[in-house]
Design a protein around this ligand. Structure first.
Ligand code: CDP
Ligand code: MG
Length: 696
């Protein structure tokens, strides 16, 4: 590994780290930041006084980099080098280099606010600007300023926002590791193609047939369009005349791929064979694939965005930023001069792309993060004055405070409650952690654990939600439970219970079109959640079916009631004379039940009067996904509470904030622009995109 650019700077890096609590390291993707820095620090003895922790924004990166480092050091993964991601901990007492997700590190800090199990923390991939990394930046800044800590912080980034980060840490040193990138020729399309899918396919075949050897990396948006393109490419390449060109291996690369499939991109191809890798933006900076000479850039990325004023999520295919486009192009020049084909004209790049990617903190729900900040045992952290690199909008902070209040995590003065503290310890979204706590009171924890575990499995692994499995199931006349009319949460519970009755039989999953890996994962998650609940309750729980539960088994009464408490912020009432629901809350709106839902009208064609929803997603129209019917009796007190919320009071909770008005928050004039401005820009970009989509 001695030839990686970063290794030549070892002496300088170590010296700078010795002299400064915080150091920013900027180096081109592939220069060795993720794999080498931890090893250098270990060589210099930093693992003697604590663990060298390397938080990553992406699970895939944490796992694959840990594997690689273990391999380089010739140790077994999980011993000296290990990783920890949500619901999967592969570390041991021996572990001195630990790769983990930023979310896992945040949760660890609840138990140990000074993070003094660590000697060094390398905040990797800071340019990704994940919500959790942004919070960690604020947190470590706080730790450094209170001076009691010997913790060393390294912040790494592939792009140039290092200056901004350095300013944030009172002008800490910035080390630049010059990468040896070869020139990359940029080739634009004359116009936006009708379908970037078709255009990518054509371009890839073109390269394969005409261009000299060298791997091709294609940036698409998500699992679906990657799989589609992979299968089309396979067909088309197979139909090429034998001997007319070299062989090709086509490899998908995205976050929901099983680990053994992911690592395939790191092994070199056999001789006289070209690899065509079809990836999400994961290959932009998180994972480096060597040997790429040609890049095809669709210009799009799939982005999940949350709108705090409607509580609605959308998973939009949006245009990338200029920074992303340049990162993508750079992937072509790692081993020799390369080419990047942009499937859009230069005018789109110049006039439509944002300069930088909008940080996640400005486009996601903050309920979990605000709860986290409120539960930190650092009495001098005031959430409203929390030092964010880019502050979130006051609207999304208000939205988070309201949600936390409705589920009793904070009181009317904005103080965290004991319920809130317990919730923060669970690695779940606030609605589900609140449900578990309530279910424990009602004696139906066992069922609630199952529901939470089923919902926490990655969506792609969830049963029966994709068109294909649905079709297969219908053809084979399979008979999975249907939620008995109560909805999706209950259906998920029933499915798991059926599997439990077969003694977790793998063939049963296969016969019923359920993903074995997904179901096994659910079982494991359930066990872990159960252990955490036991720890929190300081003793064994009654996770057996209590008598009360059995009495109410018919209508899942207590489970649905517990869910209603957890989802207090996500209730809807049926609209009379209208085929749909209206969400209850501050900005009521008309929404539809997603067609995949198990909640169906009864024989008289009538839907339940009140429901709770796991998610409100905007696709072609606003849809509710994963629903459960609830009783008006349970909803009424919540509705009363909604009507009485005083958000100004909620935002207080700390004596020295005058009247705690959110709009009085000190607004930072950050380089990336004020959040409102950002939101407008995202909105404008999205509108332009939708307008274009409409024209097709
Ligand atoms: O973090 P940064 O982008 O600076 O580079 P890195 O992830 O440390 O990667 C350095 C080198 O290790 C690259 O050439 C990668 O291809 C290689 N690597 C690998 O072969 N397998 C991995 N799982 C990770 C990195
Ligand atoms: Mg890296």
């Amino acid at each position: 590994m001695a030839n990686l650019p970063i290794v030549q700077f070892e002496e300088k890096i170590i010296k700078t780290v010795e002299q400064n609590p915080v150091v920013v390291i900027i180096g081109e993707t592939g220069s060795g930041k993720s794999t080498q820095l931890s090893q250098m620090l270990r060589r210099s003895g930093y693992s003697k006084s604590g663990i060298i922790g390397v938080p990553q924004p992406r699970r895939v990166a944490a796992v694959s980099v840990a594997r690689r480092v273990a391999q380089e050091l010739g140790v077994r993964l999980g011993e000296e080098v290990g990783y920890a991601i949500r619901f999967e901990d592969r570390t041991s007492e021996k572990t001195c280099i630990k790769y983990l997700t930023d979310g896992v590190l945040l949760r660890e800090s609840l138990a140990n606010p000074m993070l003094n199990q660590y000697s060094v923390i390398i905040l990797d991939e800071a340019h990704e600007r994940s919500l959790n990394t942004d919070i960690l930046l604020g947190l470590v800044k706080h730790l450094i300023t209170i001076k009691k800590s010997n913790l060393k912080i390294l912040i790494t980034s592939a792009t140039l926002d290092g200056e901004k980060v350095s300013k944030f840490f009172s002008d800490c040193p910035v080390l630049n590791v010059p990468g040896k990138l070869y020139p990359v020729e940029i080739l634009y399309s004359k116009e936006r193609p009708k379908s970037y899918h078709e255009s990518a396919l054509k371009k890839a075949l073109d390269i394969h047939v005409r261009e000299p050897e060298g791997d091709v990396l294609i940036f698409m948006t998500g699992q679906d369009d990657i799989e589609k393109l992979v299968s089309k490419l396979e067909d088309r390449i197979r139909s090429l005349e034998e001997g007319s060109c070299m062989d090709a291996i086509i490899l998908p690369l995205h976050g929901s791929l099983p680990p053994e499939m992911q690592v395939r991109v790191f092994s070199p191809p056999p001789p006289n064979c070209r690899r065509i890798i079809v990836a999400t933006n994961i290959a932009e900076t998180s994972l480096t694939v060597d040997g790429v000479v040609y890049v095809i850039d669709s210009g799009y990325v799939k982005q999940r965005q949350y709108n705090p004023s409607t509580g609605m999520y959308s998973l939009d295919v949006v245009q990338i930023s200029k920074v992303q486009a340049n990162q993508r192009a750079g992937r072509a020049g790692r081993t020799r001069p390369g080419k990047c084909y942009r499937l859009y004209p230069s005018s789109v790049y110049n006039d439509e792309f944002l300069d930088v990617t909008v940080p996640e903190i400005q486009r996601c729900s903050l309920a979990g993060s605000v709860l986290y900040l409120k539960s930190l045992d650092l009495s001098d952290i005031d959430i409203l004055k929390f030092d964010f690199l880019d502050p979130p909008s006051s609207e999304s902070l208000e939205d988070a405070l309201r949600q936390l209040y409705l589920i009793d995590a904070i009181d009317e003065n904005g103080q965290i409650t004991s319920i809130g503290r317990t919730m923060a310890e669970l690695p779940l979204e606030p609605s589900l952690s609140r449900t578990l706590m309530e279910a424990n009171e009602y004696g139906c924890l066992s069922q609630a654990l199952t529901v939470a575990a089923m919902l926490s499995a990655e969506t792609a692994l969830l049963p029966g939600r994709s068109k294909d499995t649905e079709k297969k199931r219908k053809q084979n006349n399979l008979d999975l439970p249907d939620g008995s009319g109560w909805g999706d949460h209950i259906q998920l519970l029933q499915i798991y219970e059926c599997w439990h009755q077969t003694d977790y039989n793998i063939d049963w999953c296969k016969v019923n079109g359920l993903q074995v890996r997904g179901m096994t994962f659910v079982k494991d998650v359930r066990k872990q959640l159960c252990q955490i609940m036991e720890k929190i309750a300081k003793g064994p729980l009654d996770v057996r079916r209590s008598r009360r539960w059995r009495e109410n088994q018919q209508d899942y009464y207590h489970l649905r009631k517990a869910l209603c408490v957890g989802y207090a912020n996500q209730l809807a009432e049926r609209m009379i004379h209208h085929n749909g629901y209206r969400t209850l809350g501050f900005k009521a709106q008309t929404v539809q039940v997603h067609p995949s839902s198990a909640l169906k009208p009864d024989e008289e064609g009538k839907l339940a009067d009140y429901i709770l929803y796991h998610e409100l997603v905007a696709t072609t129209r606003p849809y509710l996904r994963n629903l459960c019917s609830v009783d008006i009796k349970w909803a009424t007190p919540i509705i009363n509470k909604i009507n009485k919320v005083n958000v100004n009071k909620l935002s207080g909770g700390v004596a020295h904030v005058d009247d705690g008005k959110l709009s009085d928050l000190p607004k930072k004039d950050a380089a990336a622009g004020a959040p409102d401005d950002h939101e407008n820009r995202i909105q404008a970009a999205r509108e332009r995109f939708l307008a274009r989509k409409g024209k097709k």
